[in-house]
Ligand binder design. Structure first.
Ligand SMILES: Nc1ncnc2c1ncn2[C@@H]1O[C@H](COP(=O)(O)OP(=O)(O)OP(=O)(O)O)[C@@H](O)[C@H]1O
Length: 272
């Protein structure tokens, strides 16, 4: 099987000397559900954002679906980017717009501007938007304004919008970091279920190691801009987790059976 995404020697330097990524190389294959873990400041967000060029890399190759994304700009970049869905920590919904229109924004790059301004979305897009909203349990909120929803509901709309884009790759940058444990559990479960159903390739940044172990087909551990672990969740031992988070306080959360209790474990008490 050919990789969907190949990253070679990816380096990102912010300003003069903040080396956020220090030469990351890896292949990502269709259908993988990858969770990226690592302490705060390790470079997880920078890594995800370099893939869709929200952040411009300083060096390296990003070969997605046969295209060198690092070389593209303008229309060609927008075209390739439309194949990559993104889920944000703070949802990035249009608050004054209703739920279904927010989901339909996933199709903005595929319809002419005047049609989107007039709300003239295709029938099949509207149908799929409703089906997706049903799937995540928001069928009763379809015409509600997005800013009237809870954080967990907003993120479920964010997932539907990203899926309606019909992407080949889905990126999620700390999708549950702003949510309470119960909502986080629901959002992770739905993200995982929908991605599996749609056979999507996903890369998700998380602080919670327990979710990484529960859902990932492969975990990437990043520390100081370098990959320090790359493998199956079963291979990630407690000692390795400690090494990854050494000197930092991690948010390893142990979920209770109900998913409502969470216990914070501090790994390495010598926090800087
Ligand atoms: N726009 C920016 N300008 C300058 N430095 C930045 C910028 N964004 C990130 N950095 C720096 O790059 C490094 C990696 O940051 P990044 O946000 O990628 O890490 P992270 O692992 O996602 O952290 P967190 O889990 O806290 O979100 C950090 O030292 C950070 O301060």
């Amino acid at each position: 099987m050919n990789p969907l995404l190949t990253i070679k020697n990816l380096v990102k330097v912010y300003g003069k000397d903040t080396r956020a990524l220090n030469g990351i190389s890896l292949d990502i294959y269709p259908g993988e559900f990858i969770v990226v873990i690592g302490p705060s400041g390790a470079g997880k967000s920078t890594f995800i954002r370099c893939i869709n060029r929200l952040v411009d890399p300083s060096e390296g190759d990003i070969i997605f679906d046969g295209q060198h994304l690092e070389k593209l700009s303008g229309r060609k970049l927008r075209k390739e980017r439309s194949k990559i869905g993104m889920i944000f920590q703070h949802y990035n919904l249009v608050g004054r717009t209703n739920v279904i229109k927010n989901v339909l924004h996933g199709q903005l790059s595929n319809i002419p501007l005047y049609k989107s301004l007039l709300g003239l979305y295709r029938f099949e897009d509207k149908k799929e938007a409703v089906e997706l909203l049903k799937k995540v349990g928001l069928q009763d909120q379809i015409y509600k304004r997005a800013d009237e929803l809870s954080g967990g509901q907003m993120q479920r709309v964010g997932i539907c919008r990203a899926i309606l884009q019909r992407p080949k790759l889905l990126l999620a940058d700390e999708p549950i970091a702003s949510l309470d444990p119960l909502s986080a559990n629901i959002v992770m479960q739905q993200l995982h279920t929908i991605s599996k159903e749609k056979k999507l390739t996903c890369i998700v940044n998380l602080h919670q190691v327990d979710y990484a172990k529960k859902y990932a087909t492969r975990i990437i551990g990043i520390k100081k801009g370098t990959i320090v672990f790359d493998g199956a969740p079963s291979r990630l031992t407690d000692d390795m987790i400690r090494d990854i988070y050494e000197g930092k306080e991690s948010q390893m959360t142990l979920q209770g059976v109900s998913g409502t209790q969470s216990m914070q474990l501090a790994v390495g008490q010598n926090d800087e």
